[in-house]
Design a protein around this ligand. Structure first.
Ligand SMILES: Cc1cc2nc3c(=O)[nH]c(=O)nc-3n(C[C@H](O)[C@H](O)[C@H](O)COP(=O)(O)O)c2cc1C
Length: 497
């Protein structure tokens, strides 16, 4: 049947239906029904009409039944894909306007909610908390903690808010965010635009109550479990990233204020000493400055009253533009002061060769996104070796696919974060990345074990070299031991062969 004739058929049936509805139903009278003349002229086309109505109702019922069998999760999956249609429209807007809209949408819950549970292989325990997956949203997207629920609902394993400064400040004049679209990159010189710790504490306080409720209902099922599922006050993990005011003379006092006001809401805290847009900030990464700062912040955190779960772990976020000596100094401080983790890295002031052709690359500020990937991953690898795998590292910088996330984990990251790729790719990117990571790690029920084994086979030479250098040292880290065992097993297998 051609489209035209089908359309005509449908129209005819509808007309018939409408007519038959309007017509008096005298034909149902019994005695007259026996004579053909008295019979209404139903029959042929009206049968079609009935057929059509019947099939329409049937289709609606079947459709409804199907929709009801399509679980929320599948429906949610469609919604994630639907955002791919909307996302390019954001690209037409000024970057900061687009960003503002995205945060508002997430704050109002106008974003898809991930109903599909994360695959078990993606789950991991860090700092005594259960992360349902290792992919997080890095600081800067939700600077003022406006959209924590919406963002966690997108399926991130964790969300980091901030950087938050003690006193509200405007940041640098606009425009201050620039897209390098064809390079999958952004340059920003926001300069810590922040509503300040009081506003953010109020917001987190209000959410805290709500999240606490969610937790009460969800933990009832998992009681008896040693590891706490999710964060301090809900199913997702919340990081709070603290900064300093531009004009503040006493940086440590600023971070201490941040800790005093915000740490009660945080599953982990971050001292950000690596933003390139606050004058003098990066100097706090120097050995002595960092040591003094971390000591003061740790003391401020520890002197507060904590319940049985203890204070939130403290991390430092570092820049990718550091010399070997700088890295060694930071590693030494981190090990000596038993820092709970490092985030590697913030944006770069450098302009890798590929992006120099882009006129936007001349803009002042920190570069993020794809061109940052190798620089930040190299630093991550160095830091993993320098800290002997003893400190959880969060790999950040240029992650735009599951492959990238996997590479970060192989380079030593326990968790990964992203920002720029999310700004370009939107919500649909998150399930994509998670499923791609789990596809990489299909052999074993533990992602990190899988990656460690992967490391043995793929990077055998590097591993051997490293083990050789470390041969006289006591190797206490499990992953190192695993690599060592792997190497030995491999050698035995080769001999047997
Ligand atoms: C517009 C913008 C604002 C940012 N603001 C912050 C911030 O306030 N604090 C912070 O620690 N990092 C901030 N970052 C850095 C990101 O958290 C991340 O470390 C960096 O962008 C590298 O990751 P990516 O390549 O996935 O974007 C910001 C990044 C961008 C693009």
């Amino acid at each position: 049947m051609t489209r035209k004739s089908a359309f005509r058929f449908v129209k005819e049936c509808l007309n018939q239906k409408l007519k038959s509805m309007a017509a008096p139903r005298h034909y149902t009278s019994s005695s007259s029904s026996s004579t053909s003349s008295a019979k209404p002229n139903l029959p042929h086309s009206s049968r079609k009409g009935r057929l059509f109505t019947g099939s329409t109702i049937g289709l609606v019922i079947a459709g409804g039944a199907y929709a009801s069998t399509v679980d929320e999760a599948t429906f949610g999956g469609w919604l994630f894909n639907a955002t791919k249609v909307v996302n390019p429209l954001f690209a037409l807007l000024d970057p900061e306007v687009a960003h503002r809209l995205a945060v508002s949408a997430a704050a109002r819950g106008w974003v898809p909610r991930e109903k599909r549970p994360d695959q078990q292989i993606l789950g991991l325990e860090v700092w005594g908390r259960r992360f349902s997956n290792p992919v997080g949203l890095s600081a800067g997207f939700d600077k003022n903690a406006e959209a924590v629920e919406g963002l966690l609902g997108l399926g991130f394993g964790f969300v980091e808010v901030g950087s938050v400064t003690p006193i509200p400040q405007e940041g640098n004049p606009k425009p201050r965010i620039f897209r390098l679209r064809n390079h999958g990159a952004i340059i920003n010189r926001c300069g810590f635009n922040s509503e300040g710790i009081v506003a953010v504490a109020k917001r987190l306080g209000a959410q805290h109550g709500k999240r606490k409720l969610d937790e009460t209902s969800s933990t009832a099922i998992s009681s008896g479990d040693e590891v706490k599922h999710g964060g301090k006050a809900g199913p997702g993990i919340l990081g709070v990233n603290i900064g300093k005011n531009k004009t503040s003379e006493d940086a440590a006092a600023d971070y201490v204020q941040g800790v005093h006001t915000l740490s009660q809401y945080a599953d982990y805290l971050v001292i950000n000493v690596s933003s390139p847009n606050t004058p003098g900030l990066r100097q706090l990464q120097g050995r002595k400055q960092l040591k003094d700062l971390v000591k003061k912040v740790q003391a401020a955190r520890d002197e507060m009253q904590w319940g049985e779960e203890g204070p939130p772990p403290l991390l430092v976020k570092i820049a990718p533009d550091l010399s070997k000596q700088d890295l060694e100094d930071i590693a030494a401080v981190a090990l000596n002061l038993r820092l709970d983790g490092l985030i590697i890295s913030n944006t770069t002031l450098s302009r890798p060769e590929g992006v120099q052709s882009n006129p936007m690359s001349k803009e002042t500020g920190g570069l993020s996104g794809k061109p940052l990937f190798s620089l930040s991953t190299d630093i991550l690898k160095d830091m993993y070796i320098l800290t002997k795998g003893k400190i959880p590292l969060i790999g950040c910088g240029g992650v735009s696919s599951g492959e990238d996330a996997y590479k970060k984990i192989r380079a030593g990251a326990t968790l990964v974060q992203l920002y720029t790729a999310f700004a370009y790719g939107g919500p649909a990117l998150i399930p994509q990345i998670k499923s791609s990571i789990s596809n990489h790690a299909f052999l074993l029920p533990d992602l990190h074990l899988q990656i460690a084994l992967d490391f043995i086979f793929k990077d055998l030479i590097v591993a051997l070299g490293f083990q050789f250098r470390q041969s006289f040292k006591l190797i206490i880290n499990f992953r190192f031991q695993l690599k060592l065992i792997g190497v030995v097993v491999l050698q035995i297998l080769t001999l047997v062969d």
